[in-house]
Write a protein that binds this ligand. Sequence first.
Ligand code: COA
Length: 320
Amino acid sequence: MTAYAKVIGTGGYLPAEVKTNEHISQTVDTSDSWIFERTGIKSRRIAAQDETTSSMAEIAARQAIEMADIAPNEIDLIIVATGTPENVYPGAGCMLQHRLGIKTGVAFDIQAACSGSIFGLDMANQYIKSGAAKTVLVVGSEINSRITDWTDRGTCILFGDGAGAVLLQASDEPGVLSTHIHSDGRFEDLLKCPNPQASAEENLTGYISMKGNEVFKVAVNTLGRIVDETLAANDMQKTDIDWLVPHQANIRIITATAKKLKMSMDHVVVTLEDQGNTSSASVLLAFNQAVRDGRIQRGHVVLLEAFGAGFTWGSALIKY
Ligand code: COA
């Protein structure tokens, strides 16, 4: 009997344009040292005018498919997590399905802000465990630069563009060990990006707004709790975790979670210095990087976690 969703491929894509803290300091009242000390970010990537969420997703997805050495049409479910799809509809999932030349199976989007990829991993795991799907592609792809107010120094320092992908397949070897996802919709006003055309409110702009220090506090507490929940569900100790692959929002949030796990930063995958917060792409980009550079090896136990607008939060424990 098939019990596990096993990782068979990973991929990632970052657009070519680099926007440094110095570039940002030329247009808003901030500095490289302020941004780096408060966030850990030095630069972020910005999508070119002709790039879209699904074009970036395609590059990341093709890398994962190549690593897994499968034919694209073996994929029977595509889940794209994004808060920045190029269309309200059709979804980026269907656009990606077409780009990959797949006409079978099913593709759709999920929107859980920065937790999107973890929510995608949760769904992929449920579909595979139940037998409803055999091979599932999860992609997080974001063009945050197009929903960023570049005159707001509280938010424009944080976000970047990119796409991360993971392919999972039914296997009797581990595998995703568990996933844990949560939401609490009371916090709309702390972190929000409205859709002006569909909103009941008038004169809105479609940009991110955030009460950064309040988000920070909730994120640290919530991610601490998800670590405990994940370990308890698997009857594991902190020392059983080989790698922490956190959502890349702020180095101080990441350090607090590592401390909770009593984990040295040598076992934490950090990409935000030159990527910023790529929202739903960030965890999968970091996972892909550590798999490809050989840090994460077969058999390692990896804890992925994320927190985002909603609020949404979650974790996935994977035996790679
Ligand atoms: N450059 C210089 N000064 C800045 C600034 C910037 N880019 N942004 C804010 N400030 C100022 C504020 O105006 C404030 O000034 P004041 O004391 O004169 O009023 C001061 O710095 C402190 O602001 P505060 O918002 O309390 O700073 P902070 O230490 O909380 O850092 C963030 C701000 C945004 C870096 C931080 O709150 C953060 O990263 N929060 C989490 C956000 C997040 O992760 N969001 C995504 C979740 S998925």
